[in-house]
Design a protein around this ligand. Structure first.
Ligand SMILES: [Zn+2]
Ligand SMILES: [Zn+2]
Length: 269
């Protein structure tokens, strides 16, 4: 009997080591995954607070009075954005854990693994894929049924501020949170370019909502500007709702005739 017990114990441990070659117990693994998700949530939250805080501070200095009377709205924007940080942090943390421990994803660290010309190409592919996903899910969320459920929270910011960058209902946050964790399984990318994607995503998310244009006129009103989305373009989406749905580029808006051109950010003092 004791022998049987010992054998079944050995079989159990062999079973575990088959599933987890490093011999890590399931409970330890669950704790590591949870910890990774929590750490990533904290990073996303701090990244949001630092970036939105920086541009809100710049707004107070460069456009004094622009956010006057918006304190109650800003409190809601911060609440929804911090909720979104957890929804963004969880899948990113799980994928980061798998990348670190099991070599998941196509993220590479050896710069020689792909030709150098692939670096800017991978950046462009990520931005285009993210933009395409955003455009179509965003349009879907402007269908009346979905708007009420998932997108009204984002449009409750009238006008949006630098704190509205991640002010999403959890359903909308989920549609955004899965994009990069899914893309890293599909498209190879060097870790530095992935960092660049996250920087562009964060900075454009904040500045497109802050109520004034930081890019120079010569760029925004140029033929290149005709294909790029900055605050002047996204502000019009918040003013008029059923136009200018894109994230980074105006390609889909032009193609689907939903582009209404630039709005008038920062018409307040
Ligand atoms: Zn917006
Ligand atoms: Zn919208």
């Amino acid at each position: 009997m004791r022998q049987l017990g010992r054998r079944s114990g050995r079989l159990r441990s062999e079973g575990w080591s088959f599933l987890h070659p490093n011999g890590i117990k399931r409970a330890d693994m669950d704790t590591a995954i949870l910890l990774s998700a929590l750490v990533m949530t904290a990073i996303v939250a701090l990244r949001y607070l630092a970036t939105s805080g920086l541009f809100a501070w710049a707004t107070a200095r460069l456009r004094p009075g622009l956010y006057d009377g918006l304190a109650p709205q800003i409190r809601k924007e911060i609440f929804w954005s911090l909720t979104s940080a957890a929804i963004y942090g969880a899948p990113a943390g799980i994928v980061a854990w798998g990348w670190h421990n099991h070599g998941w994803t196509r993220v590479y660290t050896d710069i020689g693994s792909f030709p150098l010309w692939y670096l800017p190409l991978s950046l462009a592919l990520y931005l285009l894929a993210h933009d395409t996903w955003f455009y179509w899910t965003h349009r879907l969320m402007h269908q009346p049924k979905w708007f009420r459920v998932a997108h009204a929270v984002h449009h409750a910011s009238r006008p949006p501020t630098a704190w509205a960058a991640m002010s999403f209902h959890p359903i909308e946050a989920l549609t955004g949170a899965i994009v990069i964790p899914a893309l890293v399984f599909l498209i190879p990318i060097h870790i530095s370019m992935l960092a660049m994607v996250l920087v562009i995503m964060t900075v454009m998310g904040v500045t497109n909502h802050m109520g004034w244009e930081m890019f120079p006129r010569w760029l925004v009103h140029s033929s290149a500007g005709n294909w790029l989305i900055t605050a002047s373009h996204h502000q019009r989406h918040h003013d008029e709702y059923r136009c200018n749905y894109g994230l980074y580029f105006r390609f889909w808006d032009h193609l689907c005739k939903t582009d209404k051109g630039l709005g008038q950010p920062a018409i307040r003092p």
